[in-house]
Unconditional design. Structure first.
Length: 67
């Protein structure tokens, strides 16, 4: 889900994170639930999608890979 800022160390093994308010979940997590954030290309969301080719009013997309 991405990087969350640590707001405070609540106890020796618990931290309060800055998470979106609309998630409506508790913001304090035990250290076993936390890992260091590493940006990995494979997990990055692709916000820039190529435009489709339009032929006879139908949209066609180029397939890059089948997983």
């Amino acid at each position: 889900y991405g990087f969350f800022k640590i707001l405070a160390k609540v106890r020796s093994l618990a931290y309060k994170l800055q998470i979106p308010a609309h998630w409506k979940i508790h913001s304090i997590f035990h250290v076993t639930m936390l890992t260091k954030y590493r940006e990995i290309e494979a997990y990055r969301i692709n916000f820039i999608k190529p435009l489709p080719e339009v032929l006879n009013n139908k949209k066609y997309y180029k397939i890059e890979a089948i997983l």
